[in-house]
Design a protein around this ligand. Sequence first.
Ligand code: BES
Ligand code: ZN
Ligand code: ZN
Length: 493
Amino acid sequence: MQIEHRPEDYPEIACDLLAYPVFEEETGDASLEFLNKTTRGALNAVLSSGEFKPELYSTCKIFKPAGLKARNLLLLGAGKKAQFEPSRLREIAGTALRSARQSAAKTLAFLCRGNHPAGLASRVAVEGALYANYEADIYKTRDKEQRDVATFLLLFERKMAQAEVKDGMRRGIILGDATNFARTLANEPSNILTPSQFAARALEMAERTGLYAKVMEREEMEKLGMNTLLAVSRGSDEPPKLIILQTHKDQAKKRAPLYALVGKGVTFDSGGISIKPSEKMEEMKGDMAGGAAVLGAMVALAQLRPRHPVIGLIPAVENLPSGKATKPGDVVKSYHGKTVEIINTDAEGRLILADAIAYARTMGATNIIDVATLTGACVIALGHVNAGMMGTDQKTIDRLRSNCRITGEGLWQLPLDEAYRKAIRSEIADVKNVGDRTAGAITAGKFLQEFVEDTPWVHLDIAGMDLDNDGHPYCCKGATGFGVRTLVNLLES
Ligand code: BES
Ligand code: ZN
Ligand code: ZN
């Protein structure tokens, strides 16, 4: 998709569809009056007839409006002006684009309204447009949606500083593309996206974007004693891979802070010997969404060149049952040195993260953020609205929380009291990998905490957020790329 800023007034823009956001209770506004006058009363006609109510995401198309060079006009409900966060601007830009796709429009012009600074507005509008122009139907050989919008024109009501708009658009393109890249990975079926293929795509993308990448093989893991990671992959014929990414070549050990992003990369989670019920098991092809988010964020950061170096670690494995698989009750010694009693082989994410987190510490990480589709318990607690957030780095947690209004990715903090530790005490080893049925998202966090020691750390449990099965007006169903914008927003400055 071609993305451009056009400084002309919107009536002068020739395009297939011009999208114009309208706020609730905005009647009497000078901008609307101008639009109404220009279109010879078309706006007021649909408002007073009730054909268009400016509720969030609502749309109303006016064909061949008078006074505009645009072929058609799309009125876009933008909700209440006071609630018009940057995340809403992103969503309605996406809604406009989906609407353009539906009517096979090739050139969409979007008028950016609201009071956001030009750079931020340009960025989120472009992110929303790219997110919306994505389709997940790559394996269809017929009835494919071939309705990509070819040109997206960004317009403003007033003259905006060119440099700010340009820079915002550049960031929006980087973030939008990185998010869609993460979505593509998570949408891939597990027969295509094996751990090896995940690593291959990481290397290929790194090459293209100037990210430094290497892959650790099984042999090396065995030498280093990464036995909680290896325990998960034992049942599979697919070899495990540890994908190691760096934004800077020499992430100099002295240049603090050094953030490490660690993403769960289980390319398929059958549960292993503690096998899952078959209903919805296919969704477990997306159990590498945390890893995809880390890779997407690293790809974006490589292009945005943050001042401080960032490392990304993605342990990639497949969790299957077989004659070689790890069994409930097995004990292994982690890379960190602590021994783990594996009570449930379906609690595998925390096992691979334990070794990757410990490895991040040996690489000199001063701050760790892990992202994982870790527990069904988190979905029960927070649904599909917020990811669970917990950890020991309260400063970063607070920053992440306040960034939500920009990123649109919901995060809600859960507690990590010492009293929850009791649930994962083992009789025969240092720790066991599951607690009882209570506070499952938190006890998973407590397990990870065993391996971060005193390094400031945040854990994001994105189970429930990685997939959008309900459908929204601004995107197709499937993987969301959740976490890419959150991580990049935090680390780009
Ligand atoms: N990948 C799952 C968690 C999950 C569940 C993600 C639903 C997305 C949607 C994870 O590996 C898992 O199986 N967790 C178990 C932990 C339990 C055995 C303590 C769970 O949540 O049931
Ligand atoms: Zn599992
Ligand atoms: Zn899992």
